[in-house]
Write a protein that binds this ligand. Sequence first.
Ligand SMILES: [Zn+2]
Length: 342
Amino acid sequence: MTKTLITNGTIVTAADTYKADVLVDDEKVAMIGKGLKAAGAKRIDATAKYVIPGGIDVHTHMELPFGGTFASDDFHTGTVAAAFGGTTSIVDFAVQGMGEPLETARDAWLKKARGKASIDYGLHMIVRDVTDKVLKEMDVMVKEGVSSFKLFMAYPGVFQVDDGSIFKAISRTAENGGLICMHAENGGVIDVLVKRALAAKHTEPKWHALTRPPEAEGEATNRAFRLAEMAGGIPLYIVHLSSSQALEQVRLFRDRGLPAYAETCPQYLFLSIDNYDEPGFDGAKYVMSPPLRERWHQDELWKGLARNDLQVVSTDHCPFCMKEGYQGLPKQKQLGIGDFSK
Ligand SMILES: [Zn+2]
């Protein structure tokens, strides 16, 4: 057992801020008090420093395969960066290959993480094809510790699943105790808007946002909660909520007493659609889905957090480099020069 004594820090908890010492025994906080003594403990002087609980980032994508390349952080670099920022746990997303058993995807992600991560980690599972076999596998995943399943209402042909499949998966979580996490954007409409924009030679990064309107997020959020309602009022969690239109739906269902939950991310609280206008190709730095919104959405999201309509802030950490490629693969953000949809 290793003991650590953190002395003279300013402790910040959910309820209070005060000066005291913290004794950590192995990985658990054993005692908080003034003038604590612990023989043989490793001592850390936290004078003039805050001592806060470690952050949990429930939405990260280390080494995510996407668009012919991979997110540039792996479980080593990503978790070291997280630790420097005070985040001590992440929940990353394993991705099911088409037709692949969920177990295979989970094991592949555990392999990416094992021996590399410098903080704690857990996994969600991105489910891409919801067959009867996969529904049964979900039960096993829940028993073995992967209890949340992300489905997509966008990216047709890549990630998108239809409403029937979503309904089946939600119903299954009612039985096995899992939770569906939804990427809520109307992929069909977005696909049409993207094709129209490209046909009209609108290729700049800003069009990524203009072809993924907040209404597409609002509509899908509503549909997701309706499907959960039809399945019997089953809990459902919207990931990376970015717009007032989507938040309105969360509030609507919560006000009706339904178990509707959502997270937002710092980028939606601090950045806006104006960032796509940065000079040259710099707007590509902000290409993410859902995209950045008009500035007024930020106020609504902050209110959503204050009123607990949004319960979680996560990062959706999924970095791609502006210039470099990934281990010999084509360059990352530059793939989007001349076509915002890449
Ligand atoms: Zn994500």
